[in-house]
Ligand binder design. Structure first.
Ligand code: DGJ
Length: 739
């Protein structure tokens, strides 16, 4: 039984092959965290881990027991504004106006499988036997409010998920002011904290920082998970590397404002919390109703960061992403954006499509600019009908002409937004998010529709149904190009205004759900000015996301490397674009750009008509290569070997599930001269197996390639070098095959 309850010690032991998570109910009914780490054998009693101490200045629960203080106990669901002295997992304003909370154990149940979360994205199981769920019910007697803690332990993955459902069983309305999805109190602070940080065109760069005393967090207040921080944090031991050592990863399956924090107290215990950002959240809970928090995921690895990432990849790729595309290699596409931007006619698009079809592309994506009057980013968002000047025969005709070329057809939309210059805004000026009487900020000259109002979501859904129904469409790119500001809604009264950030995301999820239900075969790609909403929440609806607007190969090394911390290769939109690059104006070889873009969903984002004949030959070969190896690349096991954040070189590899074939990729940004000899130790191979390595003679054992590595020494500056290993922006790939 993966979840044990020991009656005599009132202890829960959640354990699988990899880790143990142990907590107990104490004599006051509080849930006390005892251990979270590498798997240990089960036993009846772990009470030696229940540490009490007499500490001066502590506030004690009882006058006559100076050892018992909530401040010194490690908790699972700490209340707020009591003797715990740290941020609580839940704050509720009751009818007396205080926000103190105090939840005690009431009951529990253990059941096979996993529960669905209504209206919210969440991991799932396909068979009940894949996971076990523990539901613990706690109650605040004074408020008459219950909290159901949902823990799901996966059998075949080092994964524990957790969320909370709060139920108002009183006769009064209460207001939830803060609710974290997961709280873990760890007994020490000997960790380094990994964050994914960034900006537009510089998403998910890796930053490390040793834990220090006090509160440290990453967060979003932008209404979307953001380019700036990802809803993720990992804690690794200082000696942990990609291949060895202990690491705990935490992610939130949510696309709105979040906070992922660690609070290190004076005794060096570390409180980890991840959930909706409490600064922009409050929820009025009527009597008899309940509220479900988003789901948090914890991944444990004692074999380094790569193993943590691989567990996230499997979980997100196979048990969070849904639909027919989940397990399939993705189509190679040509996206029109960087090729023509807004400046196109039907003829121009068809020319691009013809060229693309000749090169072997499978899917043509018509990006922004196809709808009524959309010739710049000043107009037309909200008017989802084809532009009569650019597409006089309509979308249907364009789509069938493209399909006649043997291509699939895809389209760009940005459903959450409106321009003032649009029929939608003229008809419904009250449908944008704004605070009455206040200034409203613009972003990319556009405004955010009030997706907290179900009528708005309905209206947008109807418009989109009209576009997609009957259209032979295979792919949709759902974009979102500005953050939320001055959030207010005329649809809701004053007491609900603080719930709007969350309601907005629920509206987005609702529209996504309707679209994927109605068009189950469409492949959705999410996007928010590149990777501004690249989060686990979106993956439930769209199995792939546009990783960044930055298509420069060098920049992409860092972006894709950082993204791979928790997102699978199959989720990373990656395209080869023109040189000089449109974001950085850097020239890089076509080979280098493709060698980087292969490690994602792969496509092109340029006008193929402007490629030279020589380049076309190369592109054809690249597409042929990707068709042969995409299944391995997108669905294999990914290993990071060399970090672009640590130097001039990057390397990564993928290995097939049966370890019979692997691809190793190595990138060197700047040519160095007369360098040292270098070897690249590989990962994930079968140690007993012999492999051939493309471009090398002979055979190599798996363990040899892992322990000694591939020779990657640079031959520059030698008299007889053939120039193959020279120059800036060098990339090399090797295919390893078992023989
Ligand atoms: C931002 C996206 O990230 C780009 O790929 C492109 O779709 C533009 N929006 C279109 O406006």
């Amino acid at each position: 039984m993966p979840i044990q309850y020991h009656e005599t010690s009132q202890t829960f032991h959640l354990t699988n092959r990899w880790f143990s998570y142990i907590f107990k109910i104490n004599h006051e009914g509080y849930l006390i965290q005892l251990y979270c780490g590498s798997r240990i054998r089960d036993k009846e009693n772990f009470d030696e881990l229940y540490e009490l101490a007499c500490r001066p200045m502590a506030t004690n629960y009882y006058q006559d027991d100076r050892t018992y203080s909530l401040e010194h106990l490690k908790q699972e669901f700490p209340g707020a504004f009591g003797a715990d002295m740290r941020k609580g997992a839940i704050e509720i304003e009751g009818k007396d106006g205080t926000k103190y909370t105090d939840f005690r154990f009431e009951s529990f149940r253990i059941e096979p499988g996993k529960l669905e979360l209504e209206g919210l994205p969440a991991c799932y199981v396909e068979e009940e036997a894949e996971a076990t769920t523990l539901v613990i019910t706690l109650k605040d007697e004074h408020l008459q409010v219950r909290a159901h803690l949902l823990y799901t332990l996966y059998e075949q993955l080092p994964v524990l998920t957790r969320s909370v459902r709060v139920e108002n069983d009183s006769e009064n309305e209460v207001r939830i002011e803060a609710l974290t999805s997961l709280n873990v109190d760890l007994p020490d602070d000997n960790y380094e904290r990994l964050m994914l940080t960034g900006a537009w065109a510089r998403e998910r760069h890796i930053e490390w920082e040793p834990l220090h005393s006090g509160y440290q967090s990453v967060y979003s207040l932008r209404g979307h998970s953001s380019h700036n921080f990802n809803p993720f944090l990992a804690l690794k031991r200082p000696s942990t590397t990609e291949e060895s050592g202990e690491v705990l990863g935490f992610a939130l399956i949510y696309s709105g404002n979040f906070e992922a924090s660690v609070d290190v107290d004076t005794y060096h215990t570390s409180r980890i919390q991840i959930g909706m950002n409490r600064d922009t959240f409050a929820w009025l809970l009527e009597p008899g109703t309940s509220f479900q928090s988003p789901e948090a995921v914890m991944v444990y690895s004692d074999q380094g960061l790569n193993k943590m990432s691989q567990a996230f990849h499997t979980l997100f790729g196979r048990r969070l992403a849904r639909g027919v595309w989940r397990d399939k290699a993705r189509p190679i596409l040509l996206n029109s954006w960087e090729g023509v931007y807004f400046d196109f006619t039907e003829e121009k698009i068809l020319n691009m499509a013809k060229e693309a079809a000749n090169l072997g592309v499978e899917l043509f994506v018509l990006d922004d600019g196809w709808f009524q009057g959309r010739n710049s980013d000043w107009t037309s968002l909200g008017d989802w009908v084809a532009d009569e000047e650019k597409l006089p025969d309509g979308l249907d005709t364009l789509c069938s002409k493209i399909c006649d070329l043997g291509l699939k057809f895809g389209l760009w939309i940005e459903p959450e937004m409106v321009n003032v210059e649009s029929d939608l805004y003229r008809a419904h000026p009250d449908w944008r998010l704004e605070i009455a009487g206040r200034h409203i900020s613009a972003g990319r000259h556009q405004y955010v529709l009030d997706f907290t109002n179900p009528a708005v979501v309905d209206a947008v859904a109807k418009m989109l149904f009209k576009v997609f129904d009957g259209l032979n469409i295979s792919y949709v790119k759902w974009d979102m190009n500005r953050s939320l500001t001055e959030v207010g809604s005329t649809y809701w009264n004053a007491s609900h205004q603080q719930s709007l950030y969350h309601r907005f995301i629920l509206g987005v999820y609702d529209l996504y759900e309707r679209l994927i239900e109605r068009y189950p075969n469409i492949l959705f790609e999410s996007c928010a000015s590149g990777g501004g909403r690249f989060d686990p929440g979106m993956m439930y609806y769209a199995p792939q996301a546009w990783t960044s607007d930055d298509t420069d190969g060098v920049e992409r090394l860092k972006i894709q490397y950082g993204t791979s911390m928790l997102y699978p290769i199959s989720s990373m939109g990656s395209h080869v674009s023109a040189s000089p690059n449109h974001q950085l104006h850097r020239n890089t070889p076509l080979e280098f750009r493709a060698d980087v873009a292969y490690f994602g969903t792969f496509g092109y984002e340029l006008n193929p008509a402007s490629l030279s004949d020589e380049e076309k030959v190369l592109v054809k070969e690249q597409i042929r290569f990707m068709k042969e190896y995409r299944e391995l690349i997108q669905l294999g096991t990914f290993y990071r070997l060399k970090s672009p954040f640590e130097g001039n070189e990057t390397a990564w590899m993928v290995v097939s599930q049966d370890r019979k074939i692997a691809i190793v990729a190595y990138y060197r940004v700047i040519q160095e001269i007369n360098t040292a000899y270098r070897r690249l130790p590989l990962q994930g191979l079968d140690p007993e197996q012999t492999y051939t390595v493309s471009d090398r003679d002979g055979m190599f054992y798996g363990d040899e390639l892992e322990k000694i590595g591939l020779i990657i020494s640079d031959s520059s500056a030698s008299e007889n070098n053939d120039g193959k290993n020279e120059g800036d922006f060098l990339s090399r790939m090797w295919i390893l095959k078992a023989v």
